[in-house]
Design a protein around this ligand. Structure first.
Ligand SMILES: Nc1nc(=O)[nH]c2c1ncn2[C@H]1C[C@H](O)[C@@H](COP(=O)(O)OP(=O)(O)O)O1
Length: 212
């Protein structure tokens, strides 16, 4: 049996040529040298809107905390043209010029859901689909005080985005139920978060007393 070729070179980009460009996206031919020294090409998509030194956008894991209620994750359902159907996602959006991830997250959360939150954590810049695109995101963790007067009757600024509140401890089951009921595609970040929550919350003898 032949062994795989040994890496001899540090892989690197040689050139990036724009094949097609639109207002929001561009398609490039990326010429690069692979780990064994061969020059190859790759088809790469990029956003045209990226700000210097920033991720393209933010995703927001927003936990709604209310007295005598289970903590709920604030989710959004919306029609996504590239998918041709509705998706279930964390609230998200592009980072505007001069914005930090934290400021962008609080702005997008308010626009998409009406809730005013407080940032409690932020991830490093992470890639979204690196075989397709250089698109990056920072996930921002936000707590929402649902007992606060300004969060008791939240008003969205986007009319085509539906807000869903999913209890954190039944997150994956709620998503599975939703997918059985309607044609919806779930963002992989969301589903993986749900699987993690299921593992973290698995307590077979727990009493189910709290309201949703
Ligand atoms: N790929 C895109 N094509 C478009 O035709 N328009 C796009 C693309 N990406 C973003 N946008 C537009 C749509 C919105 O008007 C703005 C801002 O989007 P934002 O709310 O920040 O992000 P999403 O919630 O992820 O749409 O950009």
């Amino acid at each position: 049996m032949s062994s795989p070729p040994k890496p001899t070179t540090i892989p690197h980009i040689v050139k990036e040529e724009v094949i097609a460009s639109g207002k929001w996206l561009k398609l490039e031919k990326t010429t690069y040298v692979d780990p064994v020294g061969n020059t190859r090409t790759w088809e790469t998509t990029k956003r045209t809107t990226r700000q210097a030194n920033a991720a393209d956008g933010v995703g927001i894991i927003a936990l709604l905390k209310r007295t005598l209620h289970k903590d709920c994750v604030v989710m959004v359902k919306q029609f996504r043209p590239p998918m041709g159907c509705c998706t279930l996602e964390f609230p998200a959006g592009l980072i505007d010029e001069g914005e930090s991830a934290e400021i962008a997250a609080l702005r997008e959360l308010k626009e998409e859901t009406g809730y005013k939150g407080e940032v409690v954590g932020v991830t490093p810049v992470t890639c979204l689909d690196p075989g397709l695109s250089n698109c990056t995101t920072q996930i921002v963790m936000v707590n929402i005080n649902g007992d606060d007067l300004e969060n008791t009757n939240p008003t969205q600024q986007l009319e085509f985005v539906e807000v869903l509140l999913l209890p954190l401890d039944e997150f994956q089951r709620e998503i599975d139920d939703l997918m059985k009921k309607e044609k919806i595609v779930v963002d992989s970040k969301v589903y993986i978060y749900g699987m993690g929550m299921s593992q973290a919350f698995f307590k077979p003898n727990e009493l189910r007393v709290l309201k949703q």
